[in-house]
Design a protein around this ligand. Structure first.
Ligand SMILES: [Zn+2]
Ligand SMILES: [Zn+2]
Length: 141
């Protein structure tokens, strides 16, 4: 396990995420929700156990926004109340002990891990190049 440091844009929130290099399952998501929430072409995500994420600063002041995911269950997006950097999200369909870290906020992790899959490829923009195996929606489970 390696600990990767994250920091929001304003510096009010700092955290670490423990990631296992061998089991890196780093996913690039093209869905429309990610586009709107991030203001970008896609997001970079990794599913982690909740206890792999720990805050050294600002964890208690994060705000969250809730929307209904594809599953019909709530998705809670946790963000810095000052600069709006999106730190992690929790899909309630995955149970209470699993969260999704936004790896673009972990500068060393995005250097160490290439994406292993692209999801919601159906919403990908025509000019984006493929960087990993692409699924129309989610990979078959
Ligand atoms: Zn911030
Ligand atoms: Zn998405």
């Amino acid at each position: 396990m390696t600990s990767y440091n994250g920091k929001c844009h304003c510096g009010q929130t700092e955290w670490t995420v423990k990631l296992d290099k061998d089991k890196a399952n780093h996913v690039l998501c093209h869905c429309d929700t990610c586009k709107i929430l991030s203001g970008s072409a896609y997001t970079l995500n990794q599913i982690v156990p909740k206890d792999a994420l720990s805050f050294s600063k600002g964890g208690d002041s994060l705000k969250h926004y809730t929307y209904q995911g594809e599953s019909g269950k709530d998705v809670n997006c946790y963000y810095c109340p000052n600069c709006t950097s999106h730190v992690y999200h929790h899909q309630t369909v995955m149970g209470p002990d699993t969260v999704i870290a936004r790896t673009a906020l972990l500068p060393q992790a995005v250097k160490d891990f290439q994406p292993s899959a692209e999801i919601f490829g159906r919403a990908k923009m025509s000019w984006e190049k493929e960087v990993a195996q692409t699924f129309d929606t989610l990979p078959p489970s």
